[in-house]
Design a protein around this ligand. Structure first.
Ligand SMILES: [Mg+2]
Length: 375
């Protein structure tokens, strides 16, 4: 029994990677660690800050600020251009990890997602434990730090993850909601931008508690329909569902870009075998079997090729998947390998899936006690 939530209560998790773009840059270039890092446009060309790491934030730098202003605040900060392809790859990896814990996932941006956890009930895994396992896996598999909030509603879960940053984990039990919300500044609420914040300040309202204590009809008079919504948010009333942004996956795949290009078949084979094992493990964890194996190659000159071959029988076992992927490698790829024509990226995929457990089907909430996948 989840000690933190009364039985049957909804548990929504909000996950948000900390300083995502800047964190990826630090990950890929350890020399950046311990220095203020700003990812965004050019300070000389009217660029804007996308993400600043915590060291840079200490100087007052924040997202959406002009890069020129950021440089003025901290001239010794390192300014970097964003590398969206790299961020997307890591984002995809993180989202797949989240899928192992959520009944339904709604990705709201490249570094942020809501998930519906199984409702609190006898034998269910406590939200803190799920959050810790998920955080640990994200860190181990990607090197990134993710903050996690859990509560009865989306807006509360997001406030909890925001509040707990950096490297946060906060579970807001229904009995704690009022105490948690009351002291927060109104600007913390999702629906309150700088304009609304200023107008609320004119009414003498600066905290969520003050907003919650207002008469909803007065707020509606001032702000129209939005006023009622703000009042509901301030009172933790939010029954918006977590909406699946994807159906069941069409394929399960793993790919890797290699630091040194691969020019020999033995090395390529070892990597293909490794990727096939990871695909098989992912499929087994989802209780999915597939019937077609795909091998994907990106060459050093960035040209790509993909080749497919069916399996003899649907499976999520590593051996037959690897066998077919290796057959594709030796037949289709090996003849093209040469020192001047090397491999930059390899990918192995499993498609034509049969999702037996239906774990990823939106709405398949009732049949999911096999959630206790240990991280
Ligand atoms: Mg973030």
């Amino acid at each position: 029994m989840d000690g933190s939530h009364p039985q049957g209560i909804r548990r929504v998790m909000h996950c948000d990677l900390d300083c995502f773009f800047a964190a990826v840059e630090e990950l890929d270039d350890p020399a950046l660690r311990g220095r203020p890092v700003v990812v965004g446009g050019d300070p000389d060309r009217r660029g804007v800050v996308s993400t600043a790491n915590y060291l840079a934030r200490r100087f007052g730098i924040h997202s959406a600020m002009s890069a020129a202003r950021a440089r003025h605040l901290c001239p010794r900060a390192v300014f970097l251009h964003p590398r969206f392809e790299r961020y997307k790859t890591l984002s995809r990896h993180v989202m797949l990890i989240l899928d192992d814990y959520f009944l339904v996932r709604e990705q709201v941006s490249v570094d942020e997602a809501y998930g519906e956890l199984p409702p609190a009930g006898p034998g269910c895994r406590p939200a803190e434990e799920i959050g810790q396992a998920l955080k640990r896996r994200v860190r181990e598999e990607t090197g990134l730090v993710i903050s996690v909030g859990v509560a009865r509603a989306k807006s509360l879960a997001k406030l909890a993850s925001d509040y707990s940053k950096p490297d946060g984990l906060l579970v807001v039990k229904p009995s704690m909601e009022r105490a948690f919300l009351r002291p927060l500044p109104v600007g913390a609420l999702g629906g309150v931008g700088p304009h609304t914040r200023a107008r609320l300040a004119d009414l003498g309202i600066t905290t969520v508690g003050e907003l919650a204590a207002m008469c909803p009809r007065d707020l509606q008079a001032h702000f129209g329909k939005h006023g009622r919504w703000l009042w509901q948010l301030a009172n933790g009333e939010d029954d918006r569902p977590v909406l699946a942004d994807h159906g069941p996956p069409k394929s399960i795949s793993k790919e890797e870009t290699y630091e040194r290009d691969i020019a020999d078949v033995e090395r390529a084979s070892a990597h293909v075998r490794d990727l096939a094992e990871r695909v098989a493990a992912r499929a087994a964890a989802k209780d999915a079997t597939g019937r077609v194996v795909t091998l994907k190659v990106k060459w050093a000159d960035f040209r790509r090729m993909t080749r497919q071959q069916p399996l003899r029988a649907a499976t999520h076992a590593a051996h037959p998947i690897a066998e077919v992927a290796l057959a594709l490698l030796s037949r289709e790829v090996a003849p093209l390998l040469a020192p001047g024509h090397a491999i930059r990226l390899l990918g192995v995929g499993l498609s034509h899936l049969d999702m037996r457990a239906g774990a990823l089907r939106p709405g398949a909430i009732t049949q999911l006690p096999l959630f206790a996948l240990e991280a």
